[in-house]
Design a protein around this ligand. Structure first.
Ligand code: C2G
Length: 139
């Protein structure tokens, strides 16, 4: 049984998030997603559109996700890995080399997956405000 863990805000879900979750789930048997609380988002200087409860509800509806837990602070990751018997922590490669994840290499494998280009929650918000239609994801 290979347990996989990933972290994120996952606000206004889009195909970049889904493709990350799909690839993370493919690395093991059980995918745990630690989703940032609204309070932790403030620490990350992020204001999510959806509150934690809604973001959690949407993630739990995704077939690749087996379990959702709260991400309350930067310091919980080692405990998360131990408590959930995590074998692999997966993040998009915008996090490659980040101390918070590099430190986990003493406890489990850490995998950085290529981000999906051309999509982000910030871009979505901007395009919607400007009345722009989405370009085809694979354009
Ligand atoms: N992601 C991706 N491709 C995109 C957008 C996001 O692969 N086009 C990945 C990110 O690299 C991340 C995950 O999807 O691994 C969630 O992205 P965010 O919700 O933006 O999460 P973030 O704010 O990076 O929070 O402790 C770590 C933080 O909680 C991560």
């Amino acid at each position: 049984m290979t347990n996989v863990l990933t972290y994120g805000t996952f606000d206004i879900l889009h195909y970049g998030h889904i493709r990350l979750l799909q690839r993370a789930a493919a690395l093991g048997d059980h995918l745990v997603v630690a989703i940032s609380t609204d309070e932790f988002n403030a620490v990350k200087h992020k204001q999510s559109y959806y509150p934690y409860a809604v973001r959690k509800e949407m993630l739990e509806a995704i077939r690749y996700v087996d379990e959702v837990i709260p991400e309350r602070d930067w310091g919980q990751k080692v405990d998360d890995v131990k408590r959930h018997h995590i074998d692999i922590v997966v993040m998009g490669d915008d996090w490659r080399g980040d101390e918070h994840f590099e430190a986990l290499k003493a406890y489990c494998e850490v995998v950085y997956l290529p981000r999906t280009s051309g999509i982000s929650t910030t871009q979505l918000k901007g395009d919607i405000d400007a009345g722009e239609a989405a370009i085809h994801p694979d354009d």
